[in-house]
Design a binder for this molecule. Structure first.
Ligand code: CO
Length: 162
C-alpha cells in the first residue's frame, strides 16, 4: 500500500544538501518499490506537479513529475540539452508553503535518466513540464526556487490571499 509522506519544509537543513547518485544496479529492484509508490502518491495527494526525494527526507537523486500520460519517476536525472531561449513563469513549492514567485527557466530541455525499471531513458520536454523538471532537479542540488525567483509573494495562511 502506498502512503502519503510528510513533506519537509524550510528551514529544514537537509533540503539544502546535495543528494547522492543512486546506484543504477539497484534501481528496478524491490527495495525501491515502496518509495516509488509513496512518492507518486504523495505528489498526487498534495496536488503537486512534481516532487523530489529530498523533500520527503531522502537525499537521493530521484524525482517524480506528473505528465499528461501520468506520473514518471526519474532516477539520476541529468539535463543534456537546453534551449537557448528562456521564459519567466510562476512557481511554488510544497517545501516553501504559501510562497510564489517568477523563475526564469529554459523553455525546452532534454533530460536523460534511469527509469523505475532500471533502464536508461530520455525525455524531451517544453513549457510547464520542462519547468517542473528543472525545478525538481534543483532540489537534488539543494537549490530552491526562492533562490532564483523575482517578485516573491507570500499568501496569508488563513485567507490564501496576498
Ligand atoms: Co519544489
Amino acid at each position: 500500500m502506498s502512503k502519503v509522506l510528510k513533506i519537509l519544509t524550510l528551514p529544514t537543513e537537509s533540503l539544502r544538501q546535495k543528494s547522492e547518485v543512486v546506484d543504477e544496479k539497484r534501481i528496478g529492484k524491490k527495495e525501491f518499490e515502496q518509495l516509488n509508490a509513496d512518492l507518486v502518491e504523495t505528489m498526487l495527494k498534495k496536488e503537486g506537479i512534481g516532487l523530489a526525494a529530498p523533500q520527503i527526507g531522502k537525499n537521493i537523486r530521484l524525482i517524480v513529475v506528473n505528465t499528461k500520460k501520468g506520473p514518471i519517476l526519474l532516477f539520476n536525472p541529468k539535463i543534456i540539452q537546453k534551449s537557448w531561449q528562456k521564459e519567466w513563469g510562476e512557481e511554488g513549492c510544497l517545501s516553501v508553503p504559501l510562497v510564489f514567485g517568477e523563475v526564469h527557466r529554459h523553455k525546452k530541455i532534454t533530460c536523460v535518466f534511469c527509469n523505475r525499471a532500471g533502464a536508461k531513458d530520455k525525455i524531451k520536454a517544453s513549457g510547464l513540464l520542462a519547468r517542473v523538471i528543472q525545478h525538481e532537479i534543483d532540489h537534488l542540488d539543494g537549490i530552491l526556487f526562492i533562490d532564483k525567483a523575482k517578485n516573491l509573494k507570500k499568501l496569508d495562511e488563513e485567507t490564501n490571499e496576498i
